[in-house]
Design a protein around this ligand. Sequence first.
Ligand code: GLA
Length: 761
Amino acid sequence: MIRFDASRSLWILETASAAFAFGLARRGSSVDGFPQSRLSGEGLLLQTWYGPRLPDASEYPEAVPEPGWASFSTPASLSPEIFPAAGGPRFGEPSLACVFPDGVRDSALRYRDYSIDGEKLSVFLDDSAYGLEVELEFIAHPAWDLFSRRAIVRNRAGGSAASSSGGSVLIESLLSGAVYLNRGGEYRLTHLVGRWAGETRIERCPLGEGRFTIDSSRGFTSHHANPFFALDAGARADEDSGDVRFGCLAWSGNWKISFERDNFGLVKISAGYQDRDFSIPLSSGQEVASPSFIFGFTRGGFGAMSRALHGWQRSALSPSGSELRRVLYNSWEATAFSVDEAGQTALAEKAASLGVELFVMDDGWFGERANDRAGLGDWTVNRKKFPRGLGPLIARVKELGMEFGLWVEPEMVNPDSDLYRAHPDWIYHYPGRTRTEMRNQFVLNLSIPAVEVFVFEAMHRLLSENDIRFVKWDLNRSISEPGSPAHGHPRDANVRHIEALYRIMSRLRSAHPDVRFQTCSGGGGRIDTGILAYFDQCWPSDNTDASDRLCIQEGFSLAYGAHLMESWVTARKNWLNGRELSLEYRFHAAMAGVLGIGENLAHWNEEEAAAAKSLIALYKDLRPLVQNGNLYRLESAASSAEAGACSASVSGIPSGRHPERTSFMYTADDASRAVLFVFLERNRFGGRMPPVYPQGLDPEARYVLVQRSPESPLFPLPSAEIAGSAGMTLSGAAWTERGVSVPLREDHTSAIFEFKRSPSN
Ligand code: GLA
């Protein structure tokens, strides 16, 4: 609910359990020796609350500017302004920085008015001298304790403001705004770091005085940092409890989230476009919007934070919502670029016999694509590999009862391609400078309208001419040398690239409503809440080692739901690190998300194929829980990996939990069923394993615990002590306190259990 308390000039946004409030400072604060009104803080829009919802709305404080400090710090530089524009006596991260046509770089925004429409609030600010309007848009998502906000900047100046720059206001920095934490706390930042093959690993660090920024200047979201964070005070939150403030930025291009702790203990969080090599000229009548920033509050620890984000993603963000994702096969690790009709048909036949529902042919099917040195840009089928086109393969896949999916990398071009030979000027570059190749490819300049049309048309044709129901959309390099000679090298090319990509996706989705899309970028390089409005699922990493993957998946799960998290079962001996893991362990790790198979199926013997078939059937039974359930992380994968390899700063492991075991649960919304995954990374020095303590069960209900996989007893010794809890029926309350005895003993063993509510409840 959103309301305006006129008596106190206070806007209050409330969700089920959280609240965010800000107000207009009606009185100024005195600044010793500086009586000018610009220094007093009067008229500033100040945050007054970001935390739990209060029972009595009259208790949310009204806006009062901070007093200045000596002759150096003013109320405007010390108060929690919700949209500090660069101008006047402000010295921190601005939410907006612009240059007016006459060269003035001093913004003076004043509150004008507001409107409330259901769960949406717009507050309008003006810099009347230059006809600049800023709309601060807030949306409350009541069920998820989330808010989203963005800023829209409009140049409303008439022709008279025109100057030599043609009347344009140059926007040099644009963020969604700022949110603040209570002054004086010791805050710990949780965020996701990584690199190719090691994405979304959890990093935790104290927020000291100064500015700390997580960002990407690579032209896309990046493997290295992810636009997500969580903050807790005094490291007091854990998985199950504690106050956590958190946020995500919905943007897939250059981005930043900065955390500033000032010398008075105020922590400010600002999120939006990365302003390195950035500027947007805004001519009269034009507008530009910042990316949306989604932020929330919970008292339920990191677990509740993730469940809120996952629920919101399923119900409001994902284009296909909670539709069950298919079990897929992907050819990449099996055949790499060596795809042809006979080979892919043989794989498809084997995949179908196992129960796979979607057959995805990866790279290698188009142009002169024998390896990664040629073909990108030429989106027509390679007739040497597929003399009859894709039709017969697709027909066979459909006949086998599966849907067909295809890999593409539409924003890229190899120099060795017909497209590049015809349009060498369609890539980002600076004439006379090196055009750096990465993976032997260049990036198409989507900010050129003809290139946007080409990419849309190429994909539209492919989807119109072939019965394709799934597209794996890849991006395998960073954007460097972002020059655009035809347009004078505009510094907003990256923003325009991403906007063009979103437009292409939205047109493709409406033209092909039955097609589902996967976002991939050499693994998990482009996963964010911006792209996820257009893509149905993600490829979190090219690292398919199930042990590493548990860490990557755990980090992923902090911010993103399991319905988005594709995970494949690949070869016993992993290509990246040579680690050998059992089929079961590999399956169990992949079954924690959207299950896929990536192994060369010709390598499986009959016994393995039979085991795979029954695990796929099991997954289909558990899939509604995994994909649409509520995640409870019980024992951290990050803590079971060596410090630095998985988590650069390992979080404390709550007592009673095993440091080398990973466990988590997904529970149904009505708590009628729950699935428990347990993985033992290593058993050192023997000893008794502590139980796994479940979460999310209905305390009153009675549940029988069923061991779903493996089918045989875990540790077949006739000792009650280690026989495990499978088969027992207890109340949810009892299970939670007594825990589940899981008799895993050997390194890299795993099991899946199901809690089934007894019919008597
Ligand atoms: C990227 C993807 C892989 C695969 C290859 C194909 O690396 O992440 O899954 O599709 O490209 O070239």
